[in-house]
Every structure is written in structure tokens, then in C-alpha cells.
Design a protein around this ligand. Structure first.
Ligand code: NAP
Length: 258
């Protein structure tokens, strides 16, 4: 698996899973655009790490939920790093909520980033990929979309189910142009999205509880997800499309229907 000569855009790559993906693709010699929303310093740190390993990278600010900002970002990356061959739609947000405490504003905010953002970035890069007859797109969904039993994830799950539907539809539309579109569904990975806002003791209790729900009895590392993404964007994965690869250590708390 080597990505030399390829340019990748990873959205939401300033921290967490996106950071690990950016570093992993750079290790495979891809040139990497490190997108971020608010955290410029963290994104510049990712770029500095890639430069230390003799790679090439650029930090690029854009709110993926804003189509004009996304177009400007893609234009900048194309000028500075070259046309985008690999897109990882990783940027995502989570707001807690179930039926009893549904909050439309939170739902809108999640949809704006998790769904609209994915559409904006895919639209902005796919014309160039079509022209060149090559592209690899990976979308970050979640095991929540499959129906895990973790409370508070009902509406987040709905946005991530949309990601799976869009993955299959975009794969159908783009396949004849040499573009594959797949999704990765992570299980529980301790990052800001899952442990942010909790005390260290609360975070550890959540991690322990989630580890107990996985067959391998541990939670995941961002690198576990980055490895799956690297596989799907590799030259060897050209016959894999419209798939969702679940990387959850064997979660056992899926909602069952007898
Ligand atoms: P995280 O640590 O909270 O990081 C989120 C990243 O997304 C940050 O880089 C953030 O940028 C960026 N971002 C948020 N809104 C954005 C926007 N509007 N435009 C551009 N960038 C934006 O989250 P994570 O755990 O790494 O999650 C990454 C992806 O995996 C998400 O799609 C998430 O839903 C999915 N996922 C995570 C887990 C898990 O257990 N962690 C499980 C299943 C799925 P700034 O730093 O600049 O704010």
C-alpha cells in the first residue's frame, strides 16, 4: 500500500480520528491537506509532524457546512498541492439527544456538518476526479447508524445513517468514472467527541463500559480507524465500493429484532 503521487484531503484533521488518518496517509507518502474548523494550532501541529517525517502537508481552514468556504478550500489545495485524488469526509459533530429531549437546533447543527458537509466537499472534489478518471472517497459513519443501544445517540445515528445512504448513492453515480466511495463505521474511540466535557473519572468509566461491550474487550484507537481508511484508499482497493467497513472490536450491544 503506497500513496506516492496522490493528494489527499482529510476533513476535520486537527485532532482525533482525522488527525490519525492524516498522519497515516502521509506515512504512505500521500501529500495531505489537513482541514480544520476552529483549531488552527492543532492543525499546524499535524502539518509539522508530517514535515518532520519528510512529508508534504498544508493546513486549510474551512467550515465544511458552508459550500462557498468548501469551494475556496478545494481551489486553494489544488493550487498549492495539486488535484485531490483522495477525500476522507471525517469532520463530524455529536449532540446528545433521544426522542424525549429532541432539540431541533442541535439536530440541524449535526445535519449541517455530518451530512451537508459531506455533500459539499464531495461535490467540490468529484468533478476533478471525474476528469482524471480516478478517485477514492471514504466517509466516516458510525456504529450508531447500525443501531447500537447507547442512549443519547438517536439523532446522531440518523445523521450517520444518512452517511451510509449517501455513500452507496455516490458510489453508484461515480463508479463509472473510476471513483470508489466507501464508509468506515467506527465503534467507540476515546476522543473529544466521546469523552469531552466529562471529568477524567467519568470518561474512564465510559471507556470501561464501552470496552466491556466489545468482543475484543477494549475501545478503539484513532489509528485503528486510520488503518481501515488507508486500506480503502489504497490502489489495491479499486474493486471495493459502496461498502461500509465496521471497525468496532465486535460491539455486542446492537439493537436486536427477534
Ligand atoms: P473530534 O475529536 O471531536 O474531532 C472532530 C474534528 O472535526 C475536528 O478536527 C474538528 O475541527 C472537525 N470539525 C467539526 N466540525 C467541523 C466543520 N463544520 N468543518 C470542518 N471541520 C469540522 O471527533 P472524532 O472522534 O475524531 O470523530 C471523527 C469522525 O468520526 C466524526 O465524523 C465522528 O462522527 C466519527 N465517529 C467517531 C467515533 C468515536 O468514538 N470517536 C465513533 C463513530 C464515528 P476543529 O478541531 O478545528 O474544531
Amino acid at each position: 500500500m503506497n500513496l506516492k503521487g496522490r493528494t489527499a484531503l482529510v476533513t476535520g484533521a486537527s485532532r482525533g480520528i482525522g488527525r490519525a488518518i492524516a498522519l497515516r496517509l502521509a506515512r504512505e507518502e500521500a501529500v495531505v491537506a489537513v482541514n480544520y474548523h476552529h483549531r488552527a494550532t492543532e492543525a499546524e501541529n499535524v502539518v509539522a509532524l508530517i514535515h518532520q517525517q519528510s512529508g508534504r502537508a498544508l493546513a486549510v481552514q474551512a467550515d465544511v457546512g458552508d459550500a462557498a468556504q468548501v469551494r475556496a478550500m478545494v481551489k486553494l489545495i489544488t493550487c498549492e498541492l495539486g488535484p485531490i485524488d483522495i477525500l476522507v469526509n471525517n469532520a463530524g459533530v455529536f449532540a446528545k439527544g433521544d426522542l424525549a429531549d429532541f432539540d431541533y437546533t442541535q439536530m440541524e447543527a449535526m445535519r449541517r456538518t455530518n451530512v451537508d458537509g459531506l455533500v459539499h466537499v464531495t461535490r467540490a472534489v468529484s468533478d476533478g476526479m471525474k476528469l482524471r478518471g480516478f478517485g477514492r472517497i471514504v466517509n466516516l459513519t458510525s456504529v450508531a447508524a447500525h443501531g447500537t443501544a447507547l442512549s443519547g445517540t438517536t439523532f446522531y445515528a440518523a445523521t450517520k445513517a444518512a452517511v451510509i445512504a449517501l455513500t452507496r448513492r455516490f458510489a453508484l453515480e461515480l463508479g463509472l468514472h473510476g471513483i470508489t466511495v466507501n464508509a468506515v463505521a467506527p465503534g467507540f474511540i476515546p476522543t473529544d467527541i466521546t469523552t469531552g466535557g466529562r471529568s477524567p473519572a467519568e470518561a474512564q468509566a465510559t471507556i470501561d463500559a464501552m470496552a466491556a461491550r466489545a468482543m475484543v474487550r477494549r475501545t478503539g484507537l484513532p489509528e485503528d480507524i486510520a488503518n481501515a481508511v488507508a486500506f480503502l484508499v489504497s490502489p489495491e482497493s479499486g474493486f471495493i465500493t459502496a461498502q461500509t467497513l465496521t471497525v468496532d472490536g465486535g460491539r455486542m450491544d446492537y439493537i436486536a429484532h427477534p
